[in-house]
Design a protein around this ligand. Structure first.
Ligand code: ZN
Length: 139
């Protein structure tokens, strides 16, 4: 990973790449089988079993396309405030992730462009990723 970035653990288990105040979704690429993963394969490649030393970490764009979304009314995660919207998002680099969406389900449609936003980060730790509809200027 670029020397300007450092890895940070998030409250929801995701790991972020940080460059000062700038946060990026952290991905990983296996040097053995080329698997690109997000969230990153922190403990070695989940596809070929290569050890962590053969996995490179890299910051991703945080841009993606919504596949589908559901509204969750049960607090399945500790400290979760319900209702919350969870979506499946195909990142532009390829991996598909599940993450919280920042708007209500009625405002979403499959295929729309989303952008990841870091929320709840502190000076020492990442918070959580939340995806929002991408601004028109970025589309
Ligand atoms: Zn691999």
């Amino acid at each position: 990973m670029d020397e300007h970035f450092e890895r940070a653990e998030g409250a929801d288990g995701w790991i972020a790449a940080r460059n000062g105040d700038e946060w990026h979704v952290l991905g990983s690429r296996c040097r053995s089988c080329a698997r690109l993963a997000a969230p990153a394969d922190r403990f070695g490649c989940l596809q070929c079993g290569a050890p962590t030393e053969q996995v490179d970490f890299l910051p991703l764009s945080g841009r993606g396309t919504l596949l589908n979304a559901v509204t969750v009314f049960q607090p399945l995660i500790a400290d979760a405030t319900v209702p919350l919207v969870i979506g499946r998002i195909a990142l532009e680099e390829g991996p598909v992730v599940s993450a919280q969406i920042g708007v209500e389900e009625e405002q979403l449609s499959p295929g729309m462009a989303l952008q990841a936003e870091m929320v709840g980060a502190s000076a020492s730790a990442a918070g959580a990723w939340r995806f929002n509809p991408a601004e028109e200027a970025r589309a």
